[in-house]
Design a protein around this ligand. Sequence first.
Ligand code: PMP
Ligand code: GLN
Length: 373
Amino acid sequence: MTIFEEMTTLALSTGAINLGQGFPDEDGPVEIKEAAQAAIAAGANQYAPGKGILPLREAIAVHQQRFYGLAPDPETEIIVTTGATEAIAASLLALVGPGDEVLTFEPFYDSYGAIIGLAGATHVTAPLLAPDFMPDPAALEAAFSARTKVVLINNPHNPTGAVFPREVLQRVVELAEKHDAVIITDEVYEHLTFGARHIPVATLPGAAERTLTISSAGKTFSFTGWKIGWLSGPEHLVAAARTVKQFLSYSSGTPFQTAIAVGLGLPDEFYTGIADTLRYKRDILSEGLRAAGLDVLTPQGTYFVNVDTSPLGITDSVELARRLPALVGVAAIPVPVFCHADGAERTRSLLRFAFCKQLHVLEEAAERLATLR
Ligand code: PMP
Ligand code: GLN
């Protein structure tokens, strides 16, 4: 069982407010739901083409042009996947094997470690250090080697909430060029930033020809259960991932693809609205966490906020996460589960809370957490 399932199960059995697994407790825009219902009613219920329906691939291309000035070819440079999870799996399984190294930051999203393991490759990490969770330049450089085949980055970053500035991303690109590594960049939280601007790696000089970009409708449109994601980049890299995708899922949910194509075309106000709402929610929960005596490490993006529990004299966040639902009625995720042994030691007192919940839920959680003091 993944840590997300474990904590969700614990929250359900104790009746705790679930700020563990990151999923919104409200549906996304009604016009997207109606588009899915209309597609089902109109009979879009059989296999979609393996690479995704053309209107969605076109909508992804238009979205990338509109927000970032990128122009991927919908025919050859984009595929639709069953969530970002499948895009991560298909691209890693296509590109790496035994003897290859994949470099990620640490903490890292749990599926990265699992898929690197399935591919038989070696997982090397460069630490992100609290409080701002930026990589140390020397440690980043030292983590590259002649065997680095892929550098897999995640920006905005789960679980830390870091949004990497241009200098950090440009350094990753330079090091990838120097070691002839492919960059896979997981940008599922691309629209969930609070002031810091999201810079897609693929827009940086020297990056486009070696970069696969991953995103997901789950995060932007609050339909995590639909599992529609996508992958874009140069034709040879996309084709390699597509070859693997054929045998993972073959194709992805047909009516949901039609609906997400509608979502990608929503006006700018939708996109600024989701970020503004989440920023407000971040601040409400952060205030509650501070009032509970916890040290809040303010995120610039994603819908996660981390706290350091050591001011309360608690140094084992894994143990605290297991006890917290019964103790105060709130569930969270311990950050060490996103790490190897050394990183787990460094993040021992960090706990991650999701704030993609309704305001009254966050207010209630804050009240419950206040009893921790
Ligand atoms: N990457 C990151 C960094 C995530 O946080 C998540 C979901 N929580 C995913 C990938 C998976 O996305 P999806 O649900 O679209 O498979
Ligand atoms: N990405 C979500 C999180 O970090 C969880 C998704 C999952 O359960 N795999 O909370």
